[in-house]
Design a protein around this ligand. Structure first.
Ligand code: SF4
Ligand code: SF4
Length: 217
Protein backbone atom coordinates (compact mmCIF):
# COMPACT_ATOMS: atom_id res chain seq x y z
CA UNK A 1 0.00 0.00 0.00
CA UNK A 2 1.41 3.41 -1.01
CA UNK A 3 1.64 6.02 1.79
CA UNK A 4 0.45 9.56 1.16
CA UNK A 5 3.95 11.06 0.93
CA UNK A 6 4.97 8.36 -1.58
CA UNK A 7 1.80 9.10 -3.50
CA UNK A 8 2.67 12.79 -3.63
CA UNK A 9 6.18 11.93 -4.86
CA UNK A 10 4.69 9.67 -7.52
CA UNK A 11 2.26 12.39 -8.60
CA UNK A 12 5.02 15.01 -8.81
CA UNK A 13 7.07 12.67 -10.95
CA UNK A 14 4.07 11.94 -13.17
CA UNK A 15 3.30 15.63 -13.39
CA UNK A 16 6.86 16.29 -14.51
CA UNK A 17 6.48 13.67 -17.22
CA UNK A 18 3.04 14.73 -18.41
CA UNK A 19 2.64 18.44 -17.80
CA UNK A 20 6.05 20.05 -18.16
CA UNK A 21 5.35 21.79 -21.46
CA UNK A 22 1.78 22.89 -20.70
CA UNK A 23 2.56 24.09 -17.18
CA UNK A 24 5.41 26.30 -18.41
CA UNK A 25 3.08 27.89 -20.93
CA UNK A 26 0.36 28.35 -18.28
CA UNK A 27 2.89 30.07 -16.04
CA UNK A 28 4.14 32.28 -18.85
CA UNK A 29 0.55 33.35 -19.47
CA UNK A 30 -0.21 33.98 -15.79
CA UNK A 31 -2.90 31.35 -15.28
CA UNK A 32 -2.22 31.45 -11.53
CA UNK A 33 -4.04 34.80 -11.30
CA UNK A 34 -7.35 33.22 -12.23
CA UNK A 35 -6.74 30.17 -9.99
CA UNK A 36 -5.83 32.35 -7.02
CA UNK A 37 -9.08 34.23 -7.48
CA UNK A 38 -11.01 30.98 -7.40
CA UNK A 39 -9.57 29.48 -4.24
CA UNK A 40 -7.36 30.37 -1.25
CA UNK A 41 -3.74 29.31 -1.50
CA UNK A 42 -0.76 29.33 0.89
CA UNK A 43 1.19 31.59 -1.48
CA UNK A 44 -1.32 34.32 -0.62
CA UNK A 45 -2.30 33.30 2.91
CA UNK A 46 1.29 32.79 4.05
CA UNK A 47 2.83 35.39 1.81
CA UNK A 48 4.64 37.38 4.52
CA UNK A 49 6.00 34.23 6.13
CA UNK A 50 7.24 33.00 2.75
CA UNK A 51 8.85 36.34 1.87
CA UNK A 52 10.67 36.37 5.22
CA UNK A 53 11.89 32.82 4.72
CA UNK A 54 13.16 33.62 1.20
CA UNK A 55 14.93 36.73 2.56
CA UNK A 56 16.89 34.52 4.95
CA UNK A 57 18.91 33.48 1.90
CA UNK A 58 20.92 36.67 2.22
CA UNK A 59 22.52 35.36 5.41
CA UNK A 60 21.92 31.60 5.57
CA UNK A 61 23.03 29.50 2.58
CA UNK A 62 20.23 27.38 1.12
CA UNK A 63 18.57 26.62 -2.18
CA UNK A 64 15.00 27.48 -3.13
CA UNK A 65 12.88 25.24 -5.34
CA UNK A 66 11.09 27.14 -8.06
CA UNK A 67 7.71 26.16 -9.52
CA UNK A 68 9.41 25.38 -12.81
CA UNK A 69 10.23 21.91 -14.13
CA UNK A 70 13.91 21.00 -14.18
CA UNK A 71 15.45 19.90 -17.43
CA UNK A 72 15.83 16.16 -17.93
CA UNK A 73 17.08 13.94 -20.73
CA UNK A 74 13.96 14.42 -22.89
CA UNK A 75 14.12 16.63 -25.92
CA UNK A 76 12.23 19.88 -25.34
CA UNK A 77 12.32 19.52 -21.56
CA UNK A 78 14.38 22.71 -21.23
CA UNK A 79 11.14 24.78 -21.30
CA UNK A 80 11.31 25.47 -17.54
CA UNK A 81 14.95 26.51 -17.74
CA UNK A 82 14.07 28.71 -20.73
CA UNK A 83 11.32 30.49 -18.80
CA UNK A 84 13.69 30.90 -15.85
CA UNK A 85 16.22 32.77 -18.02
CA UNK A 86 13.45 34.84 -19.62
CA UNK A 87 12.39 36.04 -16.16
CA UNK A 88 15.72 36.18 -14.38
CA UNK A 89 17.15 39.70 -14.22
CA UNK A 90 20.69 39.72 -12.87
CA UNK A 91 21.24 42.83 -10.75
CA UNK A 92 24.97 42.87 -11.58
CA UNK A 93 25.72 43.11 -7.88
CA UNK A 94 28.72 40.79 -8.24
CA UNK A 95 28.01 39.05 -4.94
CA UNK A 96 28.29 35.64 -6.57
CA UNK A 97 31.79 36.57 -7.79
CA UNK A 98 33.42 38.48 -4.96
CA UNK A 99 32.02 36.69 -1.93
CA UNK A 100 34.55 34.48 -0.13
CA UNK A 101 33.70 30.81 -0.37
CA UNK A 102 34.97 27.29 -0.77
CA UNK A 103 35.94 27.92 -4.39
CA UNK A 104 34.64 27.49 -7.85
CA UNK A 105 34.89 24.06 -9.45
CA UNK A 106 36.48 24.11 -12.90
CA UNK A 107 35.61 21.51 -15.51
CA UNK A 108 38.64 20.35 -17.46
CA UNK A 109 37.35 22.33 -20.47
CA UNK A 110 37.04 25.43 -18.26
CA UNK A 111 40.61 25.05 -17.05
CA UNK A 112 42.00 24.55 -20.57
CA UNK A 113 39.98 27.43 -22.05
CA UNK A 114 40.94 29.92 -19.34
CA UNK A 115 44.56 28.71 -19.28
CA UNK A 116 44.80 29.48 -22.97
CA UNK A 117 43.95 33.11 -22.18
CA UNK A 118 45.85 33.71 -18.93
CA UNK A 119 48.52 31.00 -19.09
CA UNK A 120 48.54 27.67 -17.31
CA UNK A 121 51.12 28.68 -14.70
CA UNK A 122 49.25 31.84 -13.75
CA UNK A 123 45.89 30.03 -13.60
CA UNK A 124 47.34 27.40 -11.25
CA UNK A 125 48.38 30.16 -8.84
CA UNK A 126 44.74 31.32 -8.77
CA UNK A 127 43.44 27.83 -8.03
CA UNK A 128 43.93 24.97 -5.64
CA UNK A 129 43.94 21.36 -6.74
CA UNK A 130 41.26 19.26 -5.08
CA UNK A 131 42.50 15.67 -4.88
CA UNK A 132 39.10 14.29 -3.99
CA UNK A 133 37.39 15.96 -6.94
CA UNK A 134 40.50 15.56 -9.07
CA UNK A 135 39.92 19.04 -10.40
CA UNK A 136 41.19 22.58 -10.17
CA UNK A 137 39.11 24.87 -7.99
CA UNK A 138 39.26 28.62 -8.54
CA UNK A 139 39.82 30.52 -5.32
CA UNK A 140 37.05 32.75 -3.99
CA UNK A 141 36.57 35.69 -3.99
CA UNK A 142 37.09 35.14 -7.68
CA UNK A 143 40.35 36.65 -8.97
CA UNK A 144 38.66 37.43 -12.29
CA UNK A 145 36.13 39.82 -10.81
CA UNK A 146 36.95 43.49 -11.42
CA UNK A 147 35.53 45.38 -8.46
CA UNK A 148 35.95 48.78 -10.09
CA UNK A 149 34.30 47.90 -13.37
CA UNK A 150 31.91 45.59 -11.52
CA UNK A 151 32.27 42.77 -13.96
CA UNK A 152 33.95 39.58 -14.99
CA UNK A 153 37.23 40.04 -16.89
CA UNK A 154 36.86 36.67 -18.63
CA UNK A 155 33.12 36.86 -19.20
CA UNK A 156 33.03 35.20 -22.65
CA UNK A 157 35.11 32.27 -21.44
CA UNK A 158 33.89 32.10 -17.82
CA UNK A 159 33.48 28.66 -16.22
CA UNK A 160 30.40 26.60 -16.96
CA UNK A 161 29.22 26.96 -13.34
CA UNK A 162 29.14 30.75 -13.77
CA UNK A 163 27.04 30.51 -16.94
CA UNK A 164 24.45 28.51 -14.98
CA UNK A 165 24.42 30.54 -11.77
CA UNK A 166 22.13 30.93 -9.78
CA UNK A 167 20.66 27.63 -11.01
CA UNK A 168 21.74 24.74 -8.78
CA UNK A 169 21.04 21.01 -9.08
CA UNK A 170 17.45 20.21 -8.00
CA UNK A 171 16.89 19.57 -4.31
CA UNK A 172 16.52 15.89 -3.29
CA UNK A 173 13.04 16.57 -1.85
CA UNK A 174 11.92 18.34 -5.05
CA UNK A 175 13.92 16.49 -7.73
CA UNK A 176 11.62 17.57 -10.57
CA UNK A 177 11.89 21.32 -9.94
CA UNK A 178 14.55 23.90 -10.66
CA UNK A 179 16.52 25.10 -7.64
CA UNK A 180 18.28 28.44 -7.23
CA UNK A 181 20.86 29.74 -4.79
CA UNK A 182 18.97 31.91 -2.29
CA UNK A 183 22.13 33.99 -1.80
CA UNK A 184 21.50 35.72 -5.16
CA UNK A 185 19.17 38.75 -4.76
CA UNK A 186 17.74 38.36 -8.26
CA UNK A 187 16.97 34.70 -7.57
CA UNK A 188 15.21 35.67 -4.35
CA UNK A 189 13.16 38.24 -6.23
CA UNK A 190 12.16 35.68 -8.84
CA UNK A 191 11.24 33.18 -6.12
CA UNK A 192 8.95 35.80 -4.59
CA UNK A 193 7.45 36.84 -7.93
CA UNK A 194 6.67 33.25 -8.88
CA UNK A 195 5.30 32.11 -5.52
CA UNK A 196 1.75 32.11 -6.90
CA UNK A 197 2.84 29.80 -9.72
CA UNK A 198 2.82 26.92 -7.24
CA UNK A 199 -0.98 26.91 -7.46
CA UNK A 200 -0.68 25.76 -11.07
CA UNK A 201 1.59 22.87 -10.01
CA UNK A 202 -0.70 21.95 -7.15
CA UNK A 203 -3.72 22.09 -9.42
CA UNK A 204 -2.06 19.60 -11.74
CA UNK A 205 -0.99 17.40 -8.81
CA UNK A 206 -4.55 17.39 -7.45
CA UNK A 207 -5.97 16.44 -10.84
CA UNK A 208 -3.47 13.57 -11.14
CA UNK A 209 -4.17 12.36 -7.58
CA UNK A 210 -7.86 12.39 -8.34
CA UNK A 211 -7.29 10.40 -11.53
CA UNK A 212 -5.05 7.88 -9.72
CA UNK A 213 -7.67 7.39 -7.00
CA UNK A 214 -10.40 6.93 -9.60
CA UNK A 215 -8.31 4.41 -11.58
CA UNK A 216 -7.53 2.46 -8.39
CA UNK A 217 -11.19 2.24 -7.42
S1 SF4 B 1 24.49 37.41 -7.15
FE1 SF4 B 1 22.80 37.18 -8.63
S2 SF4 B 1 22.15 39.26 -9.10
FE2 SF4 B 1 24.20 39.41 -8.19
S3 SF4 B 1 25.61 39.33 -9.96
FE3 SF4 B 1 25.39 37.24 -9.21
S4 SF4 B 1 23.73 36.40 -10.51
FE4 SF4 B 1 23.61 38.64 -10.67
S1 SF4 C 1 34.79 33.75 -13.49
FE1 SF4 C 1 33.72 35.66 -13.83
S2 SF4 C 1 31.53 35.15 -13.61
FE2 SF4 C 1 32.73 33.49 -12.69
S3 SF4 C 1 32.89 34.00 -10.51
FE3 SF4 C 1 34.71 34.81 -11.54
S4 SF4 C 1 34.19 36.91 -12.04
FE4 SF4 C 1 32.27 35.86 -11.61
Amino acid sequence: MIGSSDKIKQVRRLCHQLCFASCVEEKRQGRHVELLRLRPHWSVLKRDEQMASIDRGEKVPFDISLPLPARDEREGSEAGVGLFWERFLCQQCGRCCYTPGAGLYLEKEDFDRIAERVGKKKLKTLCRYDKRLQAWVLRQPCPFYDKEKKGCTIYEIRPLTCTKYPLHPPLPEMPCNLAVDAFCPAARLLAKDTLGWWIICENNWAALLHKLARDQS
